[in-house]
Design a protein around this ligand. Structure first.
Ligand code: NA7
Length: 518
């Protein structure tokens, strides 16, 4: 929506947005599962480009629920009169660069073809639902849902036996809400996960007033930090303090709640010994909350460093396992064998179910781009170009795909940052770039293979300088989708640093990109 606003209203370009849904909102349109909330704080999870928009919108909670975020995005669409240039219910099936005309030909599932000088993907990083290929699913006689494709009318769990597969950020949000309604909830856990309480609460009038009067300061912090959040990461290392001080700091961070827990020390993501102290603290918390020791042991049996997978925040997740109507199945010990007509069968038992909830995540980052059926020069399909994993220049451009820009593409900070910050930075960079192309009568811009390879090596190096790749099964690496090549996809070198790199690339005449007049 911001890209449309920039291209249409700032550059005056004829701009069309193709949107598969019947409304705006993207992630917040599709992810309507129970408990769906943002885990960035509301005052930072919004556009910053318009002071008027910042002034006029008030959030109700520290972590807004999906309906509130969707309301906000609808407000943005109306406020900037974006709907007339968005074609809803329009899904792209293929997009091909035509060398003869230097145009992109975009085909929709209804058979229509549109042409465009510039093609910009704004398909999100987590929009291709991953429904695992578990044998027997078509035989299941109950209902099943993926959290990322949730029915608009909601799902009534009253009196139902529900099975939930997946304990990532989504599963951790959904389980407490489902458990409160269902007759019984069985959580099927493959990889145990850390979680820190969100301590969500309504925002006080004082806090809202403070936000409105400190926007510049808040935005400046968001622009200058690694993750684009409105808090700074502590300057101290774990070893700088005594074990007693360290634990007191963790207790304080736990009491405060939210993603800030990982900002307690600056070396939590780079030093395994430091990370172990956070991991031990969080595992002890799980054991102290969950009363059944066997259940607690399964939940606390976490095999990766804290925050090496996307760190969830929750609202009573672990306490949910103290409810009499909730049970936990350890898929590491007893894997799912198949889905039957009546439920889920593991190596050890049959679990009769009325509803199965797949909180099983997404074919992240590359999945949504592949789904567009992108084909560049010489008929090169993106799927073939990225057979060994994605290679981009800055996560914005791909060699062989002229005049294509990928908002929050692989190789950019994207999911490692507060998403609106990452999105706005890309949109503004792309807008400036297109303005430059038009002002200089440049017909094509295209990343060079050398620049993309060098950048991809930097992406690898940035990840390898952290503990992030140590979560071998994470979606950051593509490891959650069978057959997907394993390459760490987001840029882990920090949002602020990345912003500087992108600015330098532009000011130095778009180095790493070839521009041609015709
Ligand atoms: P995630 O974080 O990818 O979590 C998916 C969960 O589903 C995770 O626990 C997976 O276990 C589990 N999963 C996936 N496939 C299977 C199969 N076949 N069997 C059992 N369990 C499975 O997705 P979310 O939707 O929670 O979060 C995505 C992001 O959205 C989140 O990070 C935020 O950025 C917003 P695994 O860990 O792979 O063993």
């Amino acid at each position: 929506m911001y890209q449309l606003h920039c291209l249409r209203d700032r550059l005056g370009l004829a701009t069309t947005v193709l949107e598969a849904a019947d409304g705006v909102g993207g992630t917040w349109y599709w992810n309507r599962y129970p408990g769906a909330r943002c885990d960035s704080e509301s005052h930072s999870y919004c556009y910053g480009f318009s002071p008027e928009l910042l002034d006029e919108w008030d959030w109700s909670e520290r972590y807004p629920q999906q309906p509130e975020i969707l309301r906000y995005l609808n407000h943005v669409a109306d406020r900037f009169n974006l709907r007339p240039d968005i074609r809803f219910n329009t899904r792209v099936s293929a997009a091909r660069y035509d060398e003869a005309t230097n145009l992109w030909h975009v085909t929709t599932t209804s058979g229509e073809t549109l042409t465009a000088t510039y093609l910009i993907t704004a398909v999100g990083c987590l929009s291709s639902a991953n429904v695992p290929n578990i044998p027997g699913l078509p035989d299941f006689q109950g209902q099943w849902y993926h959290t990322g494709q949730w029915p608009h009318g909601g799902v009534d769990f009253t009196g139902k036996r529900v099975g939930q597969i997946g304990t990532g950020s989504t599963g951790i949000q959904a389980a407490p809400v489902i458990a409160a309604q269902a007759a019984h909830l069985t959580v099927f856990q493959r990889t145990a996960n850390y979680s820190v309480p969100a301590h969500n609460a309504p925002l006080t009038p004082e806090f809202r007033a403070w936000v409105h009067s400190h926007q510049d300061e808040i935005r400046a912090v968001m622009k200058s930090t690694t993750n684009g959040h409105p808090f700074r990461i502590a300057e101290r290392n774990v070893a700088d303090v005594s074990p007693a001080e360290r634990d007191a700091l963790y207790e304080a961070a736990w009491a405060k709640g939210g993603l800030q827990f990982r900002a307690t020390f600056k070396d939590l993501l780079t030093n395994k010994a430091a990370n172990d102290t956070a991991a031990d603290f969080l595992k002890a918390k799980i054991r102290s909350i969950v009363r059944n020791p066997a259940t607690a042991a399964i939940l606390a049996d976490i095999d990766h460093p804290y925050a090496a997978k996307r760190p969830p925040i929750d609202d009573n997740y672990f306490d949910t396992f103290n409810r009499p109507n909730v049970s936990l199945v350890d898929l590491r010990r007893t894997p799912i064998e198949r889905i039957t007509a009546t439920g889920i069968r593991t190596a050890e038992a049959d679990y009769p179910l009325d509803i199965i909830v797949f909180a099983t995540g997404f074919d992240a980052m590359t999945g949504p781009l592949f789904a567009l059926g992108l084909t560049g020069r010489n008929g090169l399909a993106l799927r073939d170009a990225w057979r060994a994993g994605p290679e981009t220049y800055l996560g914005l451009g791909i060699p062989g795909f002229p005049n294509l820009f990928t908002i929050t593409g692989p190789g950019s900070p994207s999911v490692l940052a507060n998403m609106p910050v990452a999105i706005e930075q890309h949109v503004e960079w792309i807008t400036d770039c297109i303005a430059h192309l038009r002002a200089n009568h440049i017909a094509t811009i295209e990343a060079t293979p050398e620049a993309a390879t060098a950048w991809s090596n930097q992406v690898d190096a940035a990840a390898n300088a952290t503990l992030l790749p140590q979560a071998g099964h994470s979606w950051y690496l593509g490891a959650n989708v069978p057959g997907k090549p394993r390459r760490f996809m987001p840029y882990a070198g920090g949002m602020a640093h990345y912003r500087d790199i992108c600015t330098e690339v532009a000011t130095e005449g778009y180095k790493g990109l070839v521009m041609a007049k015709s």
